[in-house]
Design a protein around this ligand. Sequence first.
Ligand SMILES: [Zn+2]
Ligand SMILES: [Zn+2]
Length: 248
Amino acid sequence: MLRDRLVGAWRALLDAAYPRDCVFCGEPAGPEGYVCARCLARLPLARNPACERCGAESPVPGSHGFLCPDCLRHPPAFARAHVVARYAGPVRDLIHLFKYHRGLWLRDDLGDLLAAHYLACVAPLGVAFDAIVPVPMLRAKERRRGYNQALLLAEALAARVGLPCRARYLRRVDTGVVSQTRLRRAERLRNAEAAYRAAHPRHLAGKTILLVDDVITTGATCDACARLLRRAGARAVHVLALARPLME
Ligand SMILES: [Zn+2]
Ligand SMILES: [Zn+2]
């Protein structure tokens, strides 16, 4: 489209006039994003063994995957959660900028991170995904913030890996419940399930879904969303998140 070409030309001009500086070290970051290659290589990606089901990363380095006690006791409704990075240090800073400080200019960098992880770790599993679905946000909250960061990430990933993004497959409803982390697991899951609705089964029947979120905290949200999607007919749900804190 002409508009895209104009925007592209304008951006190239801007890049030449004002080279982008890396958000971490201030050195020129190159034309593609706002994190330079050196800082990108230093991000705390999830490198320790992780739970093969929920993606929680062990604080202890080693070479083998495992199942965490939570997943052994209560297997989640999703087949697997894939986590790109450890929610710490510079990754946490990036996500905070993106999420709470209108750092929309980071969308391409974060989209690249997600897509790289997808291609390296998810695609080789050979799962044929029908759609990418972002974890939805309350409409009032989304209006206040101006965007849903999970939706932006899902769209960025979808564009990079050639899958459709279907935000309407899940909806967030207001239950008035705010804080989740202090509750017991069963209550957390019940609250989380009440806070979302899946699309009509005719949209979901037999579909394999990749659910995308920015950060997995307790896992209850993804578990609940996956449960609702499957109850509505989805065949399987995988999760891909940018980050998750180290397992305690
Ligand atoms: Zn840098
Ligand atoms: Zn687990």
